[in-house]
Design a binder for this molecule. Structure first.
Ligand SMILES: Nc1nc2c(ncn2[C@@H]2O[C@H](COP(=O)(O)OP(=O)(O)OP(=O)(O)O)[C@@H](O)[C@H]2O)c(=O)[nH]1
Ligand SMILES: [Mg+2]
Length: 305
């Protein structure tokens, strides 16, 4: 390799819902490019985050969690997750160590991923995540069980939350990247357009605040984006909910819920965009948004999955 030769490639992160994929990608990128919540099925479409390490550029693909999909949106999400592996130079299977060890039947989705990876026959590294939650002996037993599945070339133990082991994972990825020119300008941190990122930020605040089925039955669209002369941005967003009852809950008594959601989203957007943000949220009942083709194409999902 000549001295100034750069390396660049794609590393995909796949795993069950809630494994910590988005947390890991954000940490590796060093910036929040993908939203995170304690709820399953937070990420709905693959998001690319760009990580630089010396002369190597790694395009990380954060993917939606793998589960047994029922509805159209679920199917589209799962299909897009597997699609995120195409052309990847490295694949990380992220497993929630605490979930694997626990008795809550959480292995099912991990095993689903393992079966498919076996069938695809690709080189895959296991990253056992959330090691901060697990005692060492149990962790070693879990590692052995997973390694015995016969799909992994390497095993890494990490905590995406604390950063423990993440440097080693980054070193592993660097080694797998081929020589070649950068795929993105080095200063770019993700491929997600600002309008979509802004919608995701609001969706994160909605998911954090709302319960049961409501987070899964809403979508956020940025309708308006206006840069003002004073340098501030005016953002108008539409929250689609599927029922009148959901709308009432999203608004809250006297509009108190939507107000809190809006102010949390605005605070984060201000940071992300590094300017004053005026955020206007509207809530609309769009009963069948999950059956509307344009709701899928706008986030790059396959409606016919
Ligand atoms: N204790 C602990 N929590 C973690 C760790 N990594 C992620 N989490 C938490 O796990 C939850 C899920 O994290 P996400 O990054 O949203 O998980 P995901 O795999 O992207 O989830 P989906 O997008 O729903 O598939 C969040 O509450 C994170 O804060 C970790 O290493 N340790
Ligand atoms: Mg995610």
């Amino acid at each position: 390799m000549s001295e100034n030769q750069t390396r660049a490639g794609v590393a995909a992160v796949i795993g069950a819902p809630n494994a910590g994929k988005s947390t890991l990608v954000n940490r590796l990128v060093g910036q929040k490019v993908s939203i995170v919540t304690h709820k399953v099925q937070t990420t709905r479409f693959p998001i690319r985050g760009v990580m630089m390490r010396g002369d190597t550029q790694i395009v990380l693909v954060d993917t939606p969690g793998i589960f047994d999909p029922g509805k159209r949106l679920d199917r589209a999400m799962v299909r897009s997750a597997w699609g995120g592996l195409e052309g990847a130079d490295a694949i990380i299977h992220l497993v929630d160590a605490a979930g694997w060890i626990g008795s809550g039947g959480e292995r099912e989705n991990d095993l689903r991923v393992i079966e498919r990876l076996k069938a695809e026959g690709k080189t895959v590294a296991l990253a056992l995540n959330k090691i901060d939650l697990v005692e060492r002996p149990k962790l070693l037993a879990a590692t052995q069980q997973l390694f015995d599945q016969g799909v992994y070339s390497d095993v890494l133990m990490i905590s995406a939350e604390t950063g423990d082991g993440v440097d080693m994972l980054a070193d592993y990825l660097v080694k797998r990247m081929p020589e070649g020119p950068f795929l993105f300008p080095p200063e770019q941190s993700s491929d997600i357009p600002a309008r979509l990122l802004a919608a995701e930020v609001t969706r994160e605040k909605l998911m954090l605040r709302l319960h049961q089925e409501i987070p899964y039955q809403l979508a956020v669209e940025t309708e308006e984006w206006e840069r003002r002369r004073d340098g501030s941005v005016r953002i108008g967003q539409l929250i689609h909910v599927s029922r009148e009852g959901h709308k009432r809950i999203v608004l809250g008594k006297g509009g108190e819920a939507i107000k809190a959601i809006g102010s949390a989203a605005r605070a984060e957007l201000r940071q992300v965009l590094d300017c004053e943000v005026h955020l206007f949220l509207r809530v609309r009942v769009t009963e069948r948004w999950q059956e509307m083709r344009e709701m899928y194409s706008s986030i790059g999902l396959d409606f016919d999955a």
